[in-house]
Design a protein around this ligand. Structure first.
Ligand code: FBP
Length: 272
Protein backbone atom coordinates (compact mmCIF):
# COMPACT_ATOMS: atom_id res chain seq x y z
CA UNK A 1 0.00 0.00 0.00
CA UNK A 2 1.94 2.98 -1.31
CA UNK A 3 -0.12 5.54 0.65
CA UNK A 4 0.85 3.92 3.93
CA UNK A 5 4.51 3.80 2.93
CA UNK A 6 4.58 7.44 1.85
CA UNK A 7 2.82 8.67 4.95
CA UNK A 8 5.07 6.69 7.30
CA UNK A 9 7.99 8.59 5.78
CA UNK A 10 6.55 11.84 7.19
CA UNK A 11 7.40 10.50 10.65
CA UNK A 12 10.48 8.39 10.04
CA UNK A 13 13.64 9.84 8.60
CA UNK A 14 15.83 7.79 6.25
CA UNK A 15 17.30 6.03 9.28
CA UNK A 16 13.84 4.63 10.04
CA UNK A 17 13.62 6.50 13.35
CA UNK A 18 11.42 9.24 14.71
CA UNK A 19 10.84 11.58 17.62
CA UNK A 20 7.15 12.36 17.99
CA UNK A 21 5.64 14.87 20.40
CA UNK A 22 2.58 13.64 22.32
CA UNK A 23 -0.07 16.07 23.47
CA UNK A 24 -3.31 14.32 24.35
CA UNK A 25 -2.77 14.82 28.07
CA UNK A 26 -5.38 17.55 28.57
CA UNK A 27 -7.97 14.87 27.83
CA UNK A 28 -6.31 11.71 29.07
CA UNK A 29 -4.86 13.07 32.34
CA UNK A 30 -6.57 16.45 32.62
CA UNK A 31 -5.33 20.05 32.35
CA UNK A 32 -3.33 19.65 35.57
CA UNK A 33 -0.59 17.95 33.56
CA UNK A 34 0.20 21.48 32.36
CA UNK A 35 0.54 22.95 35.84
CA UNK A 36 4.35 22.87 35.67
CA UNK A 37 4.40 25.21 32.65
CA UNK A 38 0.89 26.57 32.36
CA UNK A 39 1.42 28.47 29.11
CA UNK A 40 1.85 25.09 27.37
CA UNK A 41 -1.86 24.47 27.78
CA UNK A 42 -2.12 26.77 24.75
CA UNK A 43 -1.64 24.38 21.83
CA UNK A 44 -0.16 26.91 19.43
CA UNK A 45 2.53 27.98 21.89
CA UNK A 46 3.87 24.52 22.68
CA UNK A 47 3.49 23.21 19.12
CA UNK A 48 5.40 26.24 17.79
CA UNK A 49 8.23 25.47 20.22
CA UNK A 50 8.50 21.77 19.41
CA UNK A 51 8.30 22.33 15.66
CA UNK A 52 11.01 24.98 15.84
CA UNK A 53 13.22 22.57 17.78
CA UNK A 54 12.99 20.08 14.89
CA UNK A 55 10.49 17.44 16.05
CA UNK A 56 9.70 14.77 13.41
CA UNK A 57 6.00 14.42 14.18
CA UNK A 58 3.21 15.27 16.60
CA UNK A 59 0.35 13.25 18.08
CA UNK A 60 -2.86 15.04 19.11
CA UNK A 61 -6.61 14.61 19.38
CA UNK A 62 -8.74 16.13 16.58
CA UNK A 63 -9.79 19.35 18.35
CA UNK A 64 -6.26 20.34 19.31
CA UNK A 65 -5.01 19.50 15.82
CA UNK A 66 -7.59 21.90 14.40
CA UNK A 67 -6.27 24.66 16.64
CA UNK A 68 -2.55 24.03 16.17
CA UNK A 69 -2.20 22.55 12.67
CA UNK A 70 -1.09 25.91 11.25
CA UNK A 71 2.05 25.71 13.36
CA UNK A 72 3.24 22.48 11.71
CA UNK A 73 5.81 22.44 8.93
CA UNK A 74 4.66 20.78 5.69
CA UNK A 75 6.88 17.79 6.51
CA UNK A 76 5.93 17.41 10.19
CA UNK A 77 4.10 14.10 10.56
CA UNK A 78 0.61 14.53 12.02
CA UNK A 79 -0.82 11.62 14.00
CA UNK A 80 -4.41 11.89 15.17
CA UNK A 81 -5.47 9.72 18.05
CA UNK A 82 -9.04 8.50 17.85
CA UNK A 83 -9.55 6.95 21.29
CA UNK A 84 -9.06 8.13 24.85
CA UNK A 85 -10.54 8.18 28.34
CA UNK A 86 -10.68 10.80 31.05
CA UNK A 87 -9.32 10.54 34.55
CA UNK A 88 -12.78 11.55 35.76
CA UNK A 89 -14.21 8.08 35.25
CA UNK A 90 -14.49 5.53 38.04
CA UNK A 91 -11.12 3.82 38.37
CA UNK A 92 -12.21 0.48 36.88
CA UNK A 93 -13.68 2.18 33.79
CA UNK A 94 -10.32 3.82 33.13
CA UNK A 95 -9.28 0.44 31.75
CA UNK A 96 -11.32 1.28 28.65
CA UNK A 97 -10.51 3.81 25.92
CA UNK A 98 -13.51 5.04 23.95
CA UNK A 99 -13.75 6.40 20.40
CA UNK A 100 -13.78 10.21 20.22
CA UNK A 101 -13.51 10.76 16.50
CA UNK A 102 -13.48 9.01 13.16
CA UNK A 103 -10.87 8.24 10.52
CA UNK A 104 -12.64 10.65 8.16
CA UNK A 105 -12.17 13.51 10.70
CA UNK A 106 -8.45 12.77 10.79
CA UNK A 107 -8.25 12.79 7.00
CA UNK A 108 -9.98 16.20 6.90
CA UNK A 109 -7.29 17.47 9.27
CA UNK A 110 -4.57 16.26 6.91
CA UNK A 111 -3.45 13.43 9.18
CA UNK A 112 -0.53 11.25 8.14
CA UNK A 113 -1.53 8.50 10.59
CA UNK A 114 -4.27 7.62 13.05
CA UNK A 115 -3.81 6.00 16.44
CA UNK A 116 -5.89 3.99 18.90
CA UNK A 117 -5.08 2.40 22.24
CA UNK A 118 -5.57 -1.19 23.28
CA UNK A 119 -5.11 -1.95 26.98
CA UNK A 120 -4.06 -5.57 26.63
CA UNK A 121 -5.30 -7.65 29.52
CA UNK A 122 -8.03 -5.18 30.49
CA UNK A 123 -11.52 -6.57 31.14
CA UNK A 124 -12.52 -4.34 28.18
CA UNK A 125 -9.83 -5.73 25.85
CA UNK A 126 -12.47 -7.10 23.49
CA UNK A 127 -14.07 -3.65 22.96
CA UNK A 128 -10.72 -1.99 22.28
CA UNK A 129 -9.70 -4.76 19.86
CA UNK A 130 -12.87 -4.15 17.86
CA UNK A 131 -12.30 -0.38 17.92
CA UNK A 132 -8.73 -0.81 16.70
CA UNK A 133 -9.79 -3.28 14.00
CA UNK A 134 -12.42 -0.86 12.72
CA UNK A 135 -10.03 2.12 12.69
CA UNK A 136 -7.34 0.04 10.98
CA UNK A 137 -9.65 -1.33 8.34
CA UNK A 138 -11.00 2.09 7.36
CA UNK A 139 -7.64 3.85 7.60
CA UNK A 140 -5.91 1.23 5.48
CA UNK A 141 -8.58 1.65 2.81
CA UNK A 142 -7.52 5.32 2.63
CA UNK A 143 -3.79 4.50 2.63
CA UNK A 144 -3.37 5.84 6.15
CA UNK A 145 -1.03 4.10 8.62
CA UNK A 146 -2.41 3.02 11.98
CA UNK A 147 -0.55 3.26 15.25
CA UNK A 148 -1.41 1.08 18.20
CA UNK A 149 -0.68 2.26 21.71
CA UNK A 150 -0.27 -1.29 22.98
CA UNK A 151 -0.42 -0.94 26.74
CA UNK A 152 -0.79 -3.98 28.98
CA UNK A 153 -2.99 -2.94 31.86
CA UNK A 154 -5.51 -4.39 34.32
CA UNK A 155 -5.89 -6.51 37.43
CA UNK A 156 -4.87 -9.77 35.76
CA UNK A 157 -1.60 -8.24 34.53
CA UNK A 158 -0.75 -7.03 38.01
CA UNK A 159 -1.64 -10.38 39.55
CA UNK A 160 0.35 -12.46 37.09
CA UNK A 161 3.30 -10.20 36.24
CA UNK A 162 3.51 -7.81 39.18
CA UNK A 163 3.66 -4.71 36.99
CA UNK A 164 2.49 -3.56 33.58
CA UNK A 165 6.07 -2.85 32.46
CA UNK A 166 7.21 -6.47 32.83
CA UNK A 167 8.82 -7.28 29.48
CA UNK A 168 6.90 -10.55 29.12
CA UNK A 169 3.60 -8.73 28.99
CA UNK A 170 4.90 -5.67 27.06
CA UNK A 171 6.24 -8.02 24.39
CA UNK A 172 2.92 -9.85 24.36
CA UNK A 173 1.08 -6.58 23.72
CA UNK A 174 3.54 -5.60 20.98
CA UNK A 175 3.13 -8.98 19.33
CA UNK A 176 -0.65 -8.75 19.50
CA UNK A 177 -0.48 -5.25 17.95
CA UNK A 178 1.72 -6.52 15.12
CA UNK A 179 -0.56 -9.49 14.54
CA UNK A 180 -3.54 -7.11 14.32
CA UNK A 181 -1.84 -5.17 11.55
CA UNK A 182 -0.51 -2.08 13.32
CA UNK A 183 1.96 -0.02 11.25
CA UNK A 184 3.65 1.42 14.36
CA UNK A 185 3.56 0.34 17.98
CA UNK A 186 3.98 2.56 21.01
CA UNK A 187 4.65 0.93 24.34
CA UNK A 188 6.29 1.10 27.77
CA UNK A 189 9.93 1.00 28.72
CA UNK A 190 10.72 -2.47 30.07
CA UNK A 191 13.68 -1.37 32.19
CA UNK A 192 16.61 -2.68 30.14
CA UNK A 193 18.03 -2.80 26.64
CA UNK A 194 17.96 -6.62 26.64
CA UNK A 195 14.29 -6.88 27.51
CA UNK A 196 13.28 -4.09 25.13
CA UNK A 197 15.10 -5.96 22.34
CA UNK A 198 12.70 -8.85 22.96
CA UNK A 199 9.76 -6.48 22.55
CA UNK A 200 11.23 -5.29 19.25
CA UNK A 201 11.67 -8.92 18.12
CA UNK A 202 8.10 -9.77 19.09
CA UNK A 203 6.85 -6.87 16.95
CA UNK A 204 8.12 -8.72 13.88
CA UNK A 205 9.51 -5.72 12.02
CA UNK A 206 6.74 -3.26 12.92
CA UNK A 207 8.51 -0.14 14.29
CA UNK A 208 8.36 0.04 18.08
CA UNK A 209 8.38 3.47 19.73
CA UNK A 210 8.89 4.18 23.39
CA UNK A 211 6.05 5.81 25.30
CA UNK A 212 7.80 8.60 27.20
CA UNK A 213 6.26 8.37 30.68
CA UNK A 214 6.29 10.81 33.60
CA UNK A 215 8.87 13.60 33.52
CA UNK A 216 12.28 12.34 34.64
CA UNK A 217 13.89 14.39 37.43
CA UNK A 218 17.14 14.51 35.55
CA UNK A 219 17.09 14.92 31.73
CA UNK A 220 20.09 12.60 31.44
CA UNK A 221 18.09 9.80 33.03
CA UNK A 222 15.50 10.03 30.23
CA UNK A 223 18.12 10.35 27.48
CA UNK A 224 19.70 7.12 28.75
CA UNK A 225 16.40 5.28 28.41
CA UNK A 226 15.93 6.54 24.85
CA UNK A 227 19.54 5.61 24.03
CA UNK A 228 18.87 2.05 25.20
CA UNK A 229 15.63 1.94 23.21
CA UNK A 230 17.61 2.74 20.06
CA UNK A 231 20.36 0.25 20.98
CA UNK A 232 17.64 -2.37 21.41
CA UNK A 233 16.41 -1.76 17.86
CA UNK A 234 13.55 0.56 18.79
CA UNK A 235 12.43 3.11 16.20
CA UNK A 236 12.36 6.15 18.50
CA UNK A 237 10.02 7.69 21.03
CA UNK A 238 6.68 9.41 21.49
CA UNK A 239 7.26 11.94 24.25
CA UNK A 240 4.86 14.25 26.04
CA UNK A 241 5.58 15.22 29.64
CA UNK A 242 9.35 15.08 29.31
CA UNK A 243 8.97 17.83 26.71
CA UNK A 244 6.00 20.05 27.63
CA UNK A 245 6.67 20.07 31.37
CA UNK A 246 9.89 22.01 30.67
CA UNK A 247 9.78 25.77 30.34
CA UNK A 248 12.17 25.60 27.42
CA UNK A 249 11.74 22.21 25.75
CA UNK A 250 14.29 22.89 23.02
CA UNK A 251 17.43 21.47 24.68
CA UNK A 252 15.59 18.24 25.53
CA UNK A 253 14.23 17.86 22.00
CA UNK A 254 17.61 18.60 20.41
CA UNK A 255 19.32 16.09 22.72
CA UNK A 256 16.67 13.44 21.98
CA UNK A 257 17.11 14.00 18.24
CA UNK A 258 20.88 13.48 18.58
CA UNK A 259 20.40 10.27 20.52
CA UNK A 260 17.76 8.95 18.14
CA UNK A 261 19.21 10.00 14.80
CA UNK A 262 22.94 10.13 15.49
CA UNK A 263 23.34 7.40 18.09
CA UNK A 264 25.04 9.94 20.33
CA UNK A 265 25.82 8.87 23.87
CA UNK A 266 23.40 10.54 26.31
CA UNK A 267 26.16 12.52 28.06
CA UNK A 268 27.38 13.91 24.73
CA UNK A 269 23.90 14.69 23.48
CA UNK A 270 23.02 16.49 26.72
CA UNK A 271 26.05 18.77 26.43
CA UNK A 272 25.39 19.88 22.87
P1 FBP B 1 4.14 10.88 27.99
O1 FBP B 1 5.46 10.96 27.27
O2 FBP B 1 3.83 12.12 28.74
O3 FBP B 1 4.07 9.63 28.84
O4 FBP B 1 3.03 10.76 26.86
C1 FBP B 1 2.75 9.54 26.23
C2 FBP B 1 1.36 9.08 26.55
O5 FBP B 1 1.05 7.82 25.97
C3 FBP B 1 0.28 10.05 26.15
O6 FBP B 1 -0.05 9.90 24.83
C4 FBP B 1 -0.82 9.72 27.10
O7 FBP B 1 -1.66 10.78 27.40
C5 FBP B 1 -0.08 9.30 28.31
O8 FBP B 1 1.20 8.92 27.93
C6 FBP B 1 -0.75 8.14 28.96
O9 FBP B 1 -0.12 7.86 30.16
P2 FBP B 1 -0.74 6.85 31.18
O10 FBP B 1 -1.75 6.05 30.45
O11 FBP B 1 0.42 6.05 31.64
O12 FBP B 1 -1.35 7.67 32.25
Amino acid sequence: NIGIKRRLRRFFRRDGRALIFAMDHGFEHGPEDFNEVWEHIKPKIIIRKVVRAGIDGVMMLPGIARIAADELKPDTGLMIKLTSKTNLRPKEDQLLQSPLGFVEDAIKLGADAVAATVYWGSPYEDIMMKQFAEVASIAHDFGLPVVQFAYPRGPYINEKYGKKEDYRVVMYGARAAAEMGADMIKTYWTGSKETFAKVVDAAAGVPVLLSGGAKAKNPLEFLKVVYDVIEAGGAGAVVGRNIFQRENPEPMIKALLRVIHRNEEPEEAAKA
